[in-house]
Design a protein. Structure first.
Lengths: 223, 212
């Protein structure tokens, strides 16, 4: 592997990790609300969350480009307030990966929360613990394997993201060149052998992440 | 004990639970066929279900008042509940289950509960390594250590065979004797009810049919 390949691998891993870290708190909160509460607009929220799963990634990327560009409503405000430029930087990579991984994370975490018997939470409350305390001492520990599996799965999704990322971050060597973007770029420039090498790395990475996710899902809680 | 269930109404799948009764005996037995509404009644008192009408008052303290939209959260009721399925926390060992609801200033000490229920050899075992009778004792100890103002027990011996029932029953008698906590005890078994209860309330189809 060349130094550039290592840089590409490292960029791919840390942007995917940053994206998952960014969406974990709101994703967990939303997943818990979807699993445990009835509220007006719940179905609408479920549909909106799932949207990036079915909308073409390039279309999601275009929406992000319009929102986050210097003239966009969010990007314009960020630029004027903090001087931050988002599009065509590593920040855009993280945002694209976060948006594309969010539905998978919420779905996995929701399933994990639904797997915790509501009854145990109720009994914990009769023992004097408030709802927040019950969440930390009963719900979270019992859902931990499912939660970890969901985190690994959305990390794996982020590792392979292409469509939205190319739209909002473009291919800038060393700055936004994730594995999938680099493979595309290498094929475009006729460097198929090099592209195959990165393809192999991608497969190993994705396989490892999915393997861990499967192991976490399959290992049963003691009952 | 003073537990007032005043014009209480809770709609269930096939009928409504409707109870208007004041319980004053130290240990009251709830007796009746399966699906009569006994567990639902306990869950209302524990705060896990919200009645559509009526009031629940324990030792003069209002726990539920549907007309005033008052529903005290389960954690503020001081109502101990040992459900039929025991609901022990599977990620904790017996000791952590016992200590779950125990606060440092509690009038009931861990040492006493462990002694009365003979829990010392079980403390470091995971829940899934406990037998049925051992789980019963841990669930009972856990509810006691939360220092409840009343203890609700839902068919605590129903999942045990005759031999185990005879072994666990003395523990329940010891709890009654040592802790003097008012109890509501749900059971199908007349011998248990006769052995433990001062008063019996019979429930069928969501209604109190007899008091003896």
């Amino acid at each position: 592997m060349t130094p550039d390949d290592w840089q590409t691998l490292w960029l791919t891993i840390w942007t995917a990790a940053a994206a998952v870290a960014l969406i974990l708190p709101p994703g967990a909160a939303l997943a818990w609300l979807l699993a445990r509460k009835q509220w007006p607009g719940k179905t609408l929220a479920e549909t909106l969350v799932a949207l990036p799963l079915v909308v073409p990634p390039v279309a999601t990327g275009l929406v992000l480009l319009k929102l986050l560009g210097r003239r966009g409503p969010v990007g314009g405000w960020l630029y004027q307030t903090f001087g931050w430029e988002i599009v065509f930087t590593w920040k855009a990579v993280v945002v694209a990966l976060a948006v594309m991984s969010f539905p998978l994370l919420v779905r996995s975490l929701r399933t994990a929360f639904e797997g915790v018997p509501v009854r145990l939470e109720g009994i914990a409350r009769t023992l004097g613990r408030g709802p927040w305390n019950v969440f930390w001492t009963v719900t979270l520990p019992l859902a931990r394997r499912g939660l970890a599996a969901g985190v690994v799965l959305s990390f794996a999704r982020a590792l392979g993201e292409f469509g939205a990322t190319i739209m909002v971050a473009g291919y800038i060597s060393g700055k936004t060149s994730t594995l999938s973007l680099s493979i595309y770029q290498l094929v475009q420039t006729g460097q198929d052998a090099h592209a195959m090498k990165l393809l192999g790395i991608s497969v190993v990475l994705a396989f490892t992440a999915l393997w861990i996710s499967e192991l976490l899902t399959r290992r049963k809680q003691p009952s | 004990m003073s537990l007032v269930l005043e014009n209480l109404r809770l709609p269930l799948a096939d009928f409504a639970l409707e109870v208007n009764v004041e319980l004053a005996a130290p240990v009251t037995g709830l007796f009746g066929p399966s699906g009569a509404g006994k567990t639902s009644l306990l869950e209302v008192v524990a705060g896990l279900r919200r009645p559509s009408a009526g009031r629940v008052q324990l030792h003069g303290r209002v726990l539920d008042d549907a007309a005033a939209h008052r529903h005290l959260a389960p954690e503020k009721r001081h109502v101990g509940y040992v459900p039929q399925d025991l609901a022990l926390f599977p990620h904790l060992n017996a000791r952590a289950n016992l200590e779950f609801g125990h606060s440092p200033g509690s009038p009931i000490s861990s040492a006493k509960v462990v002694e009365i229920l003979e829990l010392a050899p079980l403390l470091d075992r995971r829940v899934h390594h406990l037998s049925g009778g051992e789980k019963q004792r841990v669930a009972l100890g856990r509810a006691l250590l939360a220092s409840p103002a009343i203890l609700l027990m839902d068919e605590p011996l129903s999942s045990l065979d005759q031999r185990l029932r005879q072994r666990v029953l003395p523990y329940l008698q010891a709890v009654r004797r040592e802790f003097s906590i008012p109890m509501i005890y749900v059971s199908h078994a007349r011998d248990e009810i006769e052995m433990l209860c001062d008063e019996v309330l019979e429930i069928a189809g969501g209604q109190c049919t007899r008091r003896s």
